[in-house]
Structure formats: structure tokens, C-alpha cells
Design a protein around this ligand. Structure first.
Ligand code: URA
Length: 229
């Protein structure tokens, strides 16, 4: 039996999207996962962070970036002068993909089919938030949102002009009509995209190189903070 595609409701805000996504069956990941982990943060956020998918702890708690990677991200945000409470944090895929090894659950990178199935939720989040800057955390988000050929090591830390996905009826947040030519009052004049290392990659970096990897993340986040100033 085919999965029903994700169809985010229109004009319901982030809370309405979150509750609709809790029942999503657009791919098979919902079944072994504990719950949908939707994005979190204020509707007024000017920055949106997009990770890959929830990890083990996020899956259990139902919140993004609350495990080891989240703690590293919190510290890096603080060091870059960004208050996490002013940002919206989400993932490209909203269910945890893993393989069970005894009692342990081992992270598996989501496949293109999972990214595709989950994409309407991410686009609906963008449509409500109308962010000024979108930050891709790691290659999965960057390849999905910027280009499949994007290389974090080569292209990280650059502010790229970015056109948010067209607001169609399916993701219309009620502020903007898909077929009217008037610029949307709430929309920023320019949206920027920037990609940087995934916090989990820094945790996996060998001891002797970890501090430099962390400093490079903070430097990229400082560029983000500067774009908002
Ligand atoms: N890694 C991610 O990409 N997202 C999370 O929410 C946690 C870890």
C-alpha cells in the first residue's frame, strides 16, 4: 500500500503544522521511530537552522538538537552571539532513521526518498517563518537545499542569495497568495543561505583537530550573525 504524501495544512501556523506532522505517514520511517520531531522556535525567528534528522535522544524527547550534537550547537551559537531562543531549529527529515544493534540504535543517513517525502513540511515551515537566513547544518541539508554537488569542506561559510520555494496553495500560510504579483509584506527583501559543518561531525573529529573544527563552526555562525545585524 503506497504511503500518503505529506500534505501540510494551510494557514495553521507552526503549531498547526506540528500537530499535522505528528501523524505523517509519507515514508516508512514513522513506524520504527518513537515520534515525529518537528522544528522548534518562535514564529518571528529570522534564522532557521536545518539539520539532517533527529538522533536517538531527539527521537525519545520529541525535540530537535537536544542530544550531544545539540549541546555542541548551543555552545557554538552562544560563542557566535546568537541566542538559540531567537532561532528556529528543524531537520530535513523529521523521523529518526536507524538500524537496531541489540539495544542500541545506530543512526542511518536518510535516503533521497525520505528527503523527498519530508520536503513539504520543510517548505511549509519556510513559508510561515519567511526567514532572512537559512543555515544548513551538514551535507544532507546542504545537498537537499542548495545543490546535490555542494561540498561542505569547499563551500562552507559563504552567504549565498537564496530564493525560498514558491508558495503554492499547498503550503500557503495565509499571508501570501501564490498567484498575486504583490510582494508579500512580511517577506524579507533577500533571503540568504549558508552551509556549515554538522555539529555531530565535530564530535567525531579526532581530538587533535576538534578545537579547530569547532572554531571554524563558530566563525561560520558569526558570519550568520553579521548578516542579521
Ligand atoms: N542531528 C541532527 O541533524 N538533528 C538533530 O535534531 C539532532 C542531531
Amino acid at each position: 500500500e503506497p504511503n500518503a504524501p505529506a500534505e501540510p495544512p494551510v494557514g495553521v501556523g507552526l503549531d498547526g503544522l506540528r500537530s499535522a506532522a505528528s501523524g505523517c505517514r509519507a515514508c516508512e520511517l514513522w513506524e520504527p521511530a518513537t515520534q515525529t520531531v518537528f522544528g522548534e522556535g518562535p514564529e518571528t525567528a529570522r534564522i532557521v537552522f536545518v539539520g539532517e534528522q533527529p538522533g536517538d535522544q531527539e527521537d525519545r524527547r520529541g525535540e530537535p538538537f537536544v542530544g550531544p550534537a545539540g549541546r555542541l550547537l548551543d555552545k557554538a551559537l552562544a560563542d557566535a552571539g546568537i541566542d538559540r531562543r531567537d532561532a528556529y531549529i528543524t531537520n530535513a527529515v523529521k523521523h529518526f532513521r536507524f538500524t537496531a544493534k541489540g539495544k542500541r540504535r545506530i543512526h542511518q543517513t536518510p535516503g533521497p526518498e525520505h528527503l523527498r517525502a519530508c520536503r513539504p513540511w520543510l517548505e511549509a515551515e519556510f513559508a510561515v517563518l519567511q526567514p532572512e537566513v537559512v543555515v544548513c547544518l551538514g551535507a544532507t541539508a546542504a545537498k537537499a537545499l542548495i545543490s546535490p554537488s555542494f561540498r561542505i569542506t569547499k563551500d562552507r561559510g559563504q552567504l549565498l542569495p537564496w530564493t525560498p520555494p514558491a508558495v503554492t496553495d499547498a503550503v500557503d500560510d495565509g499571508h501570501q497568495e501564490a498567484d498575486d504579483d504583490e510582494p508579500d509584506e512580511g517577506a524579507p527583501a533577500q533571503t540568504w543561505m549558508l552551509a556549515t559543518t554538522h555539529p555531530s561531525a565535530i564530535l567525531r573529529t579526532p581530538d587533535e583537530a576538534r578545537e579547530a573544527a569547532y572554531d571554524a563552526l563558530v566563525a561560520d555562525l558569526t558570519v550568520v550573525a553579521g548578516a542579521l545585524a
